[in-house]
Design a protein around this ligand. Structure first.
Ligand code: SAH
Length: 374
């Protein structure tokens, strides 16, 4: 009995392995490297959950893999669909924590917003995930399973269905504080043996963990988004507290370094519009000065309120004025539409808090109750 348990505990979850790890795994077992590609295809392109069905592996290999490995995903507690086509999943992890993933279709593209941590440590004052506190980093399989679940629901593989064309690491958590696992999961997203998304279609969003941003430059070249939200350190210290450690000037220097050797790439700067806090014309002008010399675009995000917050969204007219000021200075400025509001799937509303979800799900059409317990 005890042995049995020990054996089970030491099983390798194959969804935790990117191509490099998969190759090392097979090398250690004396198998050829091409087995890694076969496995990745079964897992991520065919979405297979049983080693037994991997017919090109041979009987003996399948049997030994069954002894040593498992394929385990978080449990889908429910999926909710918004009137605008946005879909949100609540996933329950093995330890009982829950995370959220959101799919946002728009025109020809479909973007999946993926979580990297259970909760967040950064305490940005306008973000409801911050209120949940922090529990832990997500494992590779917990990150990649969010894409796997979405592909499964939305149909087809990523490559043929094109339902999911982009991934943004903008769900719960700070991806650069879960560096290795996030990089491995993004590698799988880009791997032709797995999801085959191009590096331009994967965006990592950070509040500005400067040393990790420099490390990212060494190992990956996904698109970069930076949550700026303020144009001076005094305000940014208050609303994005990690600024006290890595102030604006250092952050922007790291952004420059990130795209230095990447021609035609731009950094996206996210700027949440908080009424009377950061939305004046003077601040728009200051933003123009700050971003001078950095190939950039600005993404203005209307603030999404949540219970208990003292902030208010800037009015449409104020956002218009802010946007015009940036655009007339030549800055590409996009205004993010708020999506999935009716299912609390908008930016800063992802909380993975089960009790809350259950209460809301009663009034906002759960399209598929996959599991009763949460
Ligand atoms: N930690 C990462 C990624 C998660 S947040 C980061 O900070 O970039 C994804 C984006 O949503 C960030 O730009 C974040 O600042 C923004 N956001 C958080 N709360 C929000 C809210 N209530 N309304 C609008 N945007 C919000």
């Amino acid at each position: 009995m005890r042995n049995d348990r020990l054996e089970r505990q030491s099983k390798v979850n194959l969804l935790n392995l990117d191509q490099q790890a998969m190759k090392a795994f097979f090398a250690a077992r004396g198998e050829k490297a091409f087995r890694a590609s076969q496995l990745l295809k079964w897992l991520h392109q065919h979405g297979v959950d049983e080693i037994e069905t991997m017919t090109n592996l041979g009987k003996a290999l399948r049997a030994s893999l069954q002894q040593a490995c498992e394929i385990v995903m978080p449990e889908v507690v429910y999926e909710q669909a918004s009137e605008d086509g946005t879909v949100k999943w609540l996933l329950k992890l093995a330890d009982g924590n829950c995370i959220e993933t959101v799919y946002i279709p728009e025109g020809g593209r479909g973007t999946l917003c993926v979580s990297s941590q259970v909760g967040c440590t950064l305490k940005c004052s306008f973000c409801s995930t911050a209120r949940q506190g922090f529990n832990r980093n997500l494992e590779v399989y917990e990150i990649i399973s969010q894409l796997r679940v979405a592909v499964r629901t939305l149909g087809g593989g990523v490559k043929d269905s094109r339902a999911i064309t982009n991934v943004v690491m903008m769900g719960m958590g700070e991806p650069l504080l879960n560096f290795d696992n996030v990089v491995s999961a993004m590698d799988l997203m880009m791997d032709d043996m797995a999801y085959g998304l191009s590096k331009r279609r994967i965006t990592l969003s950070t509040a500005g963990v400067v040393p990790a941003l420099d490390r990212l430059r060494e190992v990956s070249d996904v698109s970069l988004a930076v949550s700026l939200h303020a144009t001076n350190d005094e305000l940014r210290d208050e609303i994005v507290p990690i600024n006290r450690k890595y102030p604006i000037k250092e952050l922007l220097a790291a952004c420059r370094r990130y795209i230095d050797d990447k021609p035609h790439r731009k950094v996206t700067f996210e700027y949440v519009m908080l009424e009377g806090v950061n939305d004046s014309v003077a601040e728009a002008k200051q933003l123009v000065r700050l971003l001078e010399g950095i190939p950039s675009k600005v993404n203005l995000i209307p603030f999404n309120p949540f219970p208990g917050t003292d902030y208010h969204p800037s009015s449409r007219a104020v956002i218009d004025r802010f946007q015009e000021t940036l655009m007339s200075a030549g800055l590409v400025t996009i205004r993010r539409k708020t999506r999935g509001e009716d299912i609390d799937a908008a930016c800063g509303q992802l909380v993975g808090k089960v009790q809350d979800r259950t209460r809301r799900s009663a009034s906002f059409g759960v399209i598929k109750q996959v599991s009763q317990e949460a």
